[in-house]
Design a protein around this ligand. Structure first.
Ligand code: GLA
Ligand code: GLA
Length: 693
């Protein structure tokens, strides 16, 4: 990564600006209001291709010259878009072959955006053309501090199944495997008679009669992520060449984008930026926000990143677009800031009059400046101006969760042992346990160096490479504490089961095998107990680790799980909790293996939130990991036990080694008091504070 931050002071603030949707006399008013709101950075031109190149090869830059001039005169910096996410009507009219095709064979029409085949040579030429013209014209425009390539690659279209894509897929496979024998081997081609004798026989994995070869599906997912990355690289290289010194970004969607493997993208991008929208109906949407921000920071290698888009209030594309509650937009903004964002932008500056997104919230709503949203936008701008000191500080993580797009793809192909065991569900469950425990999580690739973390959680790693398995073993032997959740370590990069008992890749590091998976019926629950079945429940019957877990679960003797259980056979690991009933009754449910200098915990069921939290607390104990502040029980507030973290209090710290900023956000309904190293502070319900030490 080039890791070049745009020339911007303090915490950047602003939004996506679409002046092309408005007559010129509105522009001056816009700029004056931006000034009032404390806006310092706007994205411009992201969907302007048709206005910049109305006919192929004919350019009209006059209006953009004026807009950039106005913004620059007002001291507002520009993130200038290449408009290649929305080719104008002339493009598909001239190049009908560039229309994307879905897996079901549907040829998609225009009139929307992202309607092009990523492998289309015509698209490549047209996108390069407009990018080159823009780069030439604005390479050293004083307002431009950042280039914004395309928009949300991978959404709404991640894959294309047209003939051009099929040819590109074949050529990608040739590069990957060299010869057909190797490909046949990796794809397990003896199954269902899928042996290929000629490259021309290979097709994209379009919808067929029933399940299509999973190895072929996985390779196509890799190919598709890479085809989009090639689109990005093409424009980035032009911008680097013609506009040196101005960094290049493209907006990610972190944990909300399945089709793009951002671990592979991140090193190619100068500035990591992200878009995040709450699921409006989720009362705990702030958890998804925090996950998205932590994943983005991790993609940025722990360095600064830009929140390219979020919303001041409602979006317009969910089934029920709830408005944000009073204070929610400020809490959301400070949460992104806490988790490493050095700039906060909204979609969009001014609410639109027409088009698909006219009912989407904006910094300047349909109701104008007399609205709560506008007052909050102005208030946030003023507050961010006082927080300029956070710029350049870095987040202090407590632990890491492994995250892997390839495993996500593989786990959610068809014909798995249970449809209930999905990737994001387990990642969010374990992430939530860390958040509610007052801990800050990084996300890490399974093969990344983990030595800086005292605790690493593997929430879902169905596909685990041998390198990942060796990495985890090295981590534990070196003194790390590892927590692995069920159905991990099962297959290799080709979705081939590791030979021998489950969990093939991880049985060594966990000190156990799994004789059989025992998935549950829909709605069925089983009981987990911290006391060994069949033994008297006195102290001598409890193993030491079991006591730790029992203590950590606030003395609850049992937990529950649904969807998934396993018949675990110990091979060195000690049992911590057992199945009291269900199809694995009597067997170990949670285990701990002491290996080298470290410990490896295994959770063989889809545990409920309290049980997941109890296991995490026990693992934290074994890793000597505690939240960075201590909650102070106040009369009648009812915190369950000393040492447990208030579940609705978000805490994140940023530091530059000299100064530390602690961000505290109270998402709950009651005041919360915590003891920081230097002071005691109470955060009111719905409030947030940034404390400098
Ligand atoms: C059918 C098919 C078999 C196999 C089984 C699996 O019976 O004939 O090839 O797919 O289902 O249950
Ligand atoms: C995405 C897109 C924007 C806009 C917003 C609306 O993030 O990048 O262009 O459509 O969603 O929420």
């Amino acid at each position: 990564m080039h890791a070049r931050w745009p020339r911007l002071d303090g915490i950047a603030y602003g939004g996506e600006y679409n002046p092309e949707q408005w007559p010129e006399d509105v522009w001056e008013q816009d700029v004056a209001l931006m000034h009032e709101a404390g806006v310092t950075l706007v994205s411009v031109g992201i969907f302007s291709w048709g206005m910049l190149e109305p006919r192929p090869g004919e350019y009209e830059f006059g209006w953009l010259d004026k807009v950039l001039g106005l913004l620059h005169d007002a001291g507002i910096a520009v993130d200038l878009g290449t408009p290649t996410a929305a080719p104008p009507p002339w493009f598909l009219h001239r190049h009908p072959d560039a229309r994307p095709v879905t897996r079901d064979g549907l040829v998609l029409g225009g009139g929307s955006r992202q309607a092009y085949c990523p492998s289309s040579p015509a698209y490549a030429a047209a996108a390069a053309g407009i990018t080159r013209e823009l780069a030439r014209r604005y390479a050293s425009h004083p307002a431009v501090v950042l280039w914004h390539v395309n928009n949300e690659y991978g959404a709404p279209l991640g894959e294309c199944y047209c003939a051009t894509s099929a040819a590109a897929f074949r050529s990608w496979l040739r590069d990957r495997y060299g010869d057909l024998e190797t490909l046949n081997d990796h794809w397990g081609a003896t199954f269902w008679s899928q042996r290929y004798g000629d490259w021309a026989e290979i097709d994209v994995p379009r919808t067929s009669t029933t399940v299509v070869n999973p190895a072929q599906r996985l390779d196509f997912a890799r190919f598709s992520s890479n085809a989009l990355l090639d689109c990005f690289r093409r424009e980035r290289d032009i911008l680097h060449e013609l506009s040196p010194g101005i960094p290049v970004t493209t907006n990610f969607m972190a944990n909300n984008c399945k089709s793009v493997d951002y671990w592979r993208w991140a090193p190619e991008v100068d500035v990591i930026s992200n878009d995040n929208y709450l699921t409006a109906e989720d009362p705990e949407g702030y958890l998804g926000l925090a996950m998205s921000a932590d994943l983005t920071r991790s993609l940025a290698g722990g360095g600064p990143w830009l929140l390219m888009e979020h919303s001041t209030s409602a979006v317009s594309w969910q089934p029920r677009n709830l408005a944000k509650q009073p204070g929610e937009m400020r809490r959301n903004s400070l949460a992104h800031l806490a988790r490493g964002a050095d700039g906060l932008l909204f979609f969009q500056w001014r609410a639109g009059r027409f088009g698909a997104e006219k009912h989407h919230s904006a910094m300047l709503p349909q109701g104008g400046t007399g609205t709560r949203v506008w007052r909050d936008v102005v208030g946030l701008g003023a507050e961010l101006a006082t927080l300029a000191g956070l710029r350049g500080t870095v987040v202090e993580p407590d632990l890491a969760l492994l995250w892997d797009w390839e495993s996500w793809w593989a786990q959610e192909l068809e014909w798995r042992p249970s449809v209930d065991l999905t990737y994001l569900e387990r990642v969010r469950a374990w992430y939530e346990a860390t958040f509610r425990g007052g801990l800050t999580a990084d996300f890490a690739h399974p093969e990344a160096d983990l030595s800086r973390y005292r605790l690493v959680i593997v929430p879902a790693l169905y596909l685990a490479t041998e390198q990942a398995a060796a990495n985890l073993r090295r981590y534990v032997e070196g003194g790390g504490t590892l927590v692995v959740s069920c159905f991990s370590g099962i297959v290799d990069a080709d979705d081939r089961v590791y030979l021998g008992p489950y969990p093939g890749a991880l049985r060594d590091v966990l000190g156990l095998t799994v004789e059989e998976w025992r998935p549950l019926r829909a709605g069925e629950h089983v009981t987990l107990t911290w006391e060994e079945p069949g033994l008297p429940a006195d102290a001598t019957a409890l193993s030491q680790v079991s006591t730790v877990a029992r203590f950590a679960s606030a003395a609850e003797p049992t937990g529950t799980a649904d969807a998934w259980t396993e018949a675990v056979v110990l091979a060195g690991a000690k049992p911590v909790a057992w199945y009291a009933d269900g199809p694995a009754a009597g067997g170990p449910a949670v285990t701990r293996y002491d290996l080298g200098e470290g410990h490896a915990w295994y959770v063989s069921a889809r545990t409920d939130a309290a049980t997941t939290a109890a296991v995490l607390a026990a693992a934290c104990e074994s890793a000597s990991l505690a939240p960075p502040a201590r909650p102070v029980p106040t009369a009648g507030d009812g915190w369950p036990a000393a040492g447990s973290w208030p579940r609705d209090l978000e805490i994140v710290r940023r530091t530059d080694g000299r100064r530390r900023y602690t961000v505290l956000i109270n998402h709950g309904q009651t005041p919360v008091t915590v003891q920081l190293p230097a002071r005691i502070v109470t955060i009111q319900p719905g409030d947030a504070e940034v404390l400098a030490e």
